[in-house]
Design a binder for this molecule. Structure first.
Ligand SMILES: [Ca+2]
Ligand SMILES: [Ca+2]
Ligand SMILES: [Ca+2]
Ligand SMILES: [Ca+2]
Length: 255
């Protein structure tokens, strides 16, 4: 299913929203090739807030959105922000994504007693670390091939990474990327079930690609929220106005 070309939809296709539920398929390759793929993700091409920028934008808006100052964005605060016309452009996109993914985001960090009812700054930071770590690690590893790291056995073990880190041939960012793999090796090797019994031999290429693919799909978080909200809004508009007015109003959102 990998597709080498970035998915580009024009505005009329967007209006049709026929493919709302179809996740963007980004090709998944390792290291140097993969970094090109990431730069071409449709989010960035279309001027939409990327998932990466979403976290920092949301953190920046946080104090304003947390109206009661309890350190958590609850449902009511997000509903208010969503309909508040002072928020435009990127701010509005970030709010749409917060609202559209509030349960997912609230559960990123287990920092509330009982049910996670609101989104905290810790949740946003954890979201960033969880979802973007692999993408930035992959960018950082640019110039290294999988086989350079794994060696002949095809498994990246902690030992493989440590011996590379002990050498002098790596750039600073390659070291950062390898450190990420080392810190997350136990989770990463679980990404693809390709070992008999426990996954404990190290990270295989399939593990790596599965982890990167998952991270890239989550990059659609902002866009999917916007589309969901557009549909919701248009549903309401449809109910309250004639069809031609409704068609004219479609371009109002997202800005
Ligand atoms: Ca609050
Ligand atoms: Ca939480
Ligand atoms: Ca190895
Ligand atoms: Ca595995």
């Amino acid at each position: 299913m990998a597709n080498d070309e970035p998915v580009v939809r024009n505005e009329s296709q967007r209006d049709a929203t026929a493919d709302v539920n179809e996740p963007d398929q980004a090709s998944v390759k390792l290291a140097d090739e993969a970094s090109e793929t990431i730069d071409e993700t449709p989010d960035i091409n279309r001027g939409l807030l990327s998932t990466e920028d979403f976290a920092s934008k949301a953190l920046q808006l946080f104090p304003k959105l947390d109206i009661n100052g309890d350190g958590s964005l609850d449902q009511e605060e997000l509903i208010d922000a969503k309909s508040d016309r002072q928020y435009e452009g990127m701010d509005r996109q970030a709010i749409a994504a917060l609202y559209g993914n509030k349960e997912l985001l609230a559960n990123q960090s287990n920092d509330q007693y009982g049910t996670e009812t609101g989104i905290s700054k810790e949740d946003l930071n954890a979201f960033y670390d969880n979802k973007m770590g692999m993408i930035s690690a992959d960018k950082n590893l640019d110039g290294l091939k999988f086989s350079d790291i794994a060696g002949k056995d095809g498994y990246i073990s902690a030992g493989d990474i440590k011996s590379l880190l002990n050498g002098n041939s790596l750039s600073f960012s390659q070291r950062e990327g390898l450190q990420y793999l080392l810190d997350h090796i136990n989770e990463l090797e679980e990404n693809h079930d390709d070992e008999p019994g426990d996954e404990n031999g190290g990270i295989t290429l399939a593990d790596y690609q599965a982890a990167l693919s998952e991270a890239l799909q989550d990059g659609a978080l902002v866009e999917s929220s916007l589309i969901q909200m557009l549909l919701l809004q248009n549903q309401r508009k449809k109910e309250s106005m004639g069809l031609s007015e409704y068609r004219n109003g479609i371009d109002d959102f997202p800005e």
